[in-house]
Design a protein around this ligand. Structure first.
Ligand code: NAD
Length: 488
């Protein structure tokens, strides 16, 4: 663990305020909640555990701040976000280490997430001053049609543990730019990054009550009263599809504006004319980024039968060579899974695939005797009936199946309730465009294993969600369009 000393770890952990942040004040919770390091199982910190009543106090604060924040000049809102981007960039090493400690990803990947996460603040600092409506003449003449954009109002954001920083900034950035106040409930497994982030936003000049953070072990009990409160106007959620469905049901009562970034089951399709070097590089990125714990992770490798053997052998070689270990150690490429339940889930999906006839090319086992490590695994001849083809694996396991015709490959790719992202590798422009049009997903990566980009609209179709984050579309989720008809 060359560069990262115990003293450095305690320096970063002791810099994090561990209370609830409500109305610009740090307050104690109703109890405390332990945060674990998944690479050792040791407790890193105790943070405030909010009661449902404290969740409503956070909403009170967001409601109280809404009018003034909406009336704040766009340039001022943008400058606060810009300052927050700069502070995050300056403190990239602290944020990266914090994420590696609480979530497990290797430090180089955590640094990448700081860059990606900070960019949402820069992008939306630029969007804050470009919010505009339009003015038109009605087709029949006479009446003029004016549209104006207004902030939707107080927002409730619930974020997952797998990207502790970026999943927060992707919501906070556009909310603040649009003039919305927000209550953020980070995942109970990784709350430290969000707590450090709200401290940084305050330093960047954010007024009290505009962003409020509640950490809790009682996600459902705290969230439901907030969602059912008539003062709330929007919910934005990133997490699993089952929880997303529950939140959509709850939000129906107040007819909330809803953004849902839910689960995925990404197909990674390799056509017979693919450049296999690019395909294997893309596969490593699409599968192994974030230890396979990404909604965008390639979940099913659908490979043309003429190249499947070579692709499988090359992928198994590369994945088998990857260094597994604590994310703070030098050269580590694969950190631990988030907890024991995640290891159990991955292990049982692999056992189920093998029972269905799959062959293990590499991996297929846990690693070490402490922490939650699982070896990078490649499986071939995985039949369609294996559980891992219909469920998110959320771990470092690459199952390969084959196809003979393009139509069959596309049919296999679309054979899922999910529709977040798909990857396709081909050297033919015609095939690439045809396939991109036919894939039933919100995003497609052509000859690349990563699509996330703050300047692009991220989101899914089918059971993968509603709405888009980032790009020109991202801010629209936090705005209402008001139409004014004017008789001339
Ligand atoms: P999760 O749904 O278990 O939890 C997500 C968040 O919801 C956490 O903050 C949790 O505390 C909270 N939560 C859980 N139950 C709740 C309830 N009943 N009411 C209110 N809040 C509740 O998901 P997770 O395990 O943290 O994250 C992994 C999932 O997130 C995967 O399915 C992954 O695909 C998805 N994800 C999607 C995207 C995307 O952009 N589409 C990005 C990252 C993760």
């Amino acid at each position: 663990m060359a560069g990262i000393t115990a003293a450095r770890i305690s320096e970063v952990l002791s810099g994090v305020r561990t209370g609830l942040f409500i109305g610009g004040e740090w307050v104690a919770g109703a109890g405390t909640l332990a945060v674990e390091d998944p690479s050792t199982g040791e407790v890193l910190a105790e943070v405030a555990d909010a009661s449902p009543a404290q969740g409503l106090l956070a909403l009170d604060a967001a409601v109280a701040a809404q009018k003034d924040w909406a009336a704040t000049d766009p340039r001022v809102r943008g400058e606060i976000l810009r300052k927050a981007f700069e502070l995050l960039t300056q403190r990239a090493e602290d944020f990266a280490l914090l994420m590696t400690l609480e979530m497990g990803k290797p430090l180089p990947e955590a640094r990448g997430e700081v860059t990606y996460g900070a960019e949402f603040f820069r992008w939306f600092s630029e969007e804050a001053v470009r919010i505009a409506g339009r003015y038109a003449t009605a087709p029949s003449g006479g009446t003029r049609l004016l549209t104006m954009k207004q902030p939707v109002g107080p927002v409730f954001a619930i974020t997952p543990w797998n990207f502790p920083l970026a999943m927060g900034t992707r919501k906070i950035g556009p909310a603040l730019a649009a003039g919305c106040t927000i209550v953020v409930k980070p995942a109970e497994l990784t709350p430290l990054t969000t707590l450090a982030l709200v401290d940084l936003l305050t330093e960047a000049g954010l007024p009290a009550g505009v962003v409020n953070v509640v950490t809790t072990s009682k996600a459902a009990a705290l969230s439901e009263p907030i969602i059912r409160d008539p003062r709330l106007r929007k919910i934005t959620f990133t997490g699993s599809t089952p929880v997303g469905r529950t939140l959509i049901e709850q939000s129906a009562q107040q007819v909330l504006k809803v953004s849902m970034e839910l689960g995925g089951n990404a197909p990674f399709v390799v056509f017979e004319d693919a450049n296999l070097d690019r395909a294997v590089d893309g596969a490593i990125l699409a599968k192994m980024r974030n230890i396979g714990e990404a909604c965008t992770a390639a979940n099913r490798f659908i490979v043309h039968e003429s190249v499947a053997q070579e692709f499988g052998a090359r992928l198994a070689q590369r994945m088998g060579d990857m260094v597994v270990g604590r994310g703070i150690e030098d050269d580590v490429q694969v950190g631990p899974l988030i907890n024991a339940a995640a290891v159990q889930k991955v292990s049982s999906l692999v056992a189920d695939a093998v029972d269905h006839g799959a062959k293990v090319l590499t991996g297929g086992r846990t690693v070490g005797d402490r922490g939650y490590f699982y070896a990078p695994t490649v499986l071939t001849e995985v039949p369609r009936t294996a559980g891992m083809f219909s469920q998110e694996i959320f771990g470092p396991v690459a199952p390969i199946t084959t196809f003979a015709t393009d139509a069959e490959g596309i049919e296999l790719a679309n054979d899922t309730e999910f529709g977040l992202v798909a990857y396709a590798f081909t050297e033919s422009l015609t095939r690439a465009l045809t396939v991109a049009e036919r894939l039933e997903t919100g995003m497609v990566g052509i000859n690349q294993g990563i699509v996330s980009n703050p300047a692009a609209p991220f989101g899914g179709v089918k059971a993968s969600g509603i709405g888009r984050e980032g790009g020109l579309e991202g801010i629209e989720e936090y705005l209402e369009t008001k139409y004014v008809g004017i008789a001339l």
